[in-house]
Design a protein around this ligand. Structure first.
Ligand code: TXA
Ligand code: MG
Length: 337
């Protein structure tokens, strides 16, 4: 099966792609669509047979629930049993955008979507194409990231094609994902609300809405959260190469630290933001600006590029500890687990 890749860069192409994607989704098919965080592998969230195909294509374990994407507060309300005032406040502050709210599920949401649980994760994405398709369909879309299970999420149509091109019939190219890492997942069924997956909407921003937030900081907390949100299982978001996050004082220090890994320099790739080393081939050094948003946007693309280039070791320069970087630090920690 040759995968169809539809561009969206003119309004005619955009509309044509919306109609084609909606047609397939109505027929119970699975399609890859752009969102502002990462590309999603979407199906009609109300159709369990369609959702089952997502699990099959990704090789996703059945115990991992899938986020449901909506294009209005009304649609979000239809997916949940109760949309409390707190949810209203978070939606007002951050939707459409990279925040998933975990709430008690509505009866209409199939068990497969919630992995048999009593809650559902709901998100109103800001990407105009995703919004247009959801509106055209009139039903919510279940969509995990459009990668094989446990691999790095795609932030471009090309990344999706490389992993899933043989398994799906349509990829819509909506350009590079502008956020670049997956949404923040916030559990509103506990008090105070708890971050199950950090993201670019960080704890300080969330706390500004509701005062107090439970974080992922303590060990006990993370083990408990992992059970609540299987996507938090340690091994996740990984490139094929070994990935390490490290700090170094000067080139000699970097050289010494790297040599302990026993790889030839030609298969070592570096991703840096501040300290630019000279003793490596230029094509093995990627410099991303020292800015959390820019770093998040570029990171997965660089990990995909390193894998494609046959990297054996990816060295990422240690990140600042400020909260803007916490979502990125979380993904790097998992990628290096
Ligand atoms: O940005 C995103 O969230 C992207 C785009 C496509 O929207 N989607 C995404 O989906 O990252 P996925 O399936 O790759 O990750 C969803 C995460 C998983 O860690 C899953 O365990 C968690 O959200 N999750 C989903 N529903 C949940 C629920 N009801 N309770 C707890 N965790 C849930
Ligand atoms: Mg994923």
């Amino acid at each position: 099966m040759a995968v169809e890749i539809l561009p969206t860069h003119t309004s005619e192409l955009f509309q044509k792609a919306v109609r084609r994607a909606a047609e397939l989704l109505r027929a119970g098919e699975v399609v890859a669509l752009p969102t502002e965080t990462v590309y999603g592998l979407a199906a009609n969230a109300l159709d369990k047979n369609a959702v089952a195909k997502i699990f099959q294509i990704k090789g996703r374990p059945a115990h991992n629930p899938i986020i449901v994407h909506v294009a209005s507060n009304e649609m979000a309300r239809d997916c949940v049993k109760d949309f409390p005032n707190l949810a209203e406040r978070f939606s007002k502050a951050f939707w459409p955008g990279p925040l998933t709210l975990v709430l008690p599920r509505a009866e209409t949401i199939p068990n497969l979507v919630t992995a048999g649980g009593e809650t559902v994760g709901v998100r109103w994405p800001s990407h105009p194409f995703m919004q247009a398709v959801i509106r055209e369909c009139g039903f919510p879309l279940a969509a995990p990231s459009a990668n094989l299970s446990n691999q790095v999420s795609p932030t471009s149509a090309a990344h999706v094609r490389a992993q899933l091109g043989e398994k799906i019939s349509l990829i819509v190219d909506g350009g590079q994902s502008q956020v670049g890492i997956e949404s923040t997942v916030l559990d509103l069924t506990v008090s105070p609300p708890r971050v199950l997956r950090p993201g670019m909407i960080h704890e300080e921003s969330l706390a500004a809405v509701c005062g107090e937030i439970q974080s992922l900081n303590s060990k006990v907390q993370s083990r408990d959260s992992a059970l609540r949100s299987p996507g938090l299982l340690e091994k996740h978001y990984s490139p094929k190469a070994k990935l390490v996050v490290m700090d170094w004082t000067d080139e000699a220090d970097l050289g010494a630290k790297i040599s302990s890994f026993k790889f030839q320099r030609s298969v070592i790739h570096l991703i840096v933001h501040t300290k630019i080393p000279a003793g490596f081939a230029a094509e093995n050094v990627c410099v991303i600006p020292h800015d959390a948003e820019a770093f998040a946007r570029a990171l997965y693309g660089e990990l995909h590029r390193c894998d494609a280039a046959g990297a054996k070791l990816i060295v990422v320069e240690a990140l600042p500890s400020a909260s803007e970087w916490s979502g990125i630090a979380d993904r790097l920690r998992r990628a290096s687990a």
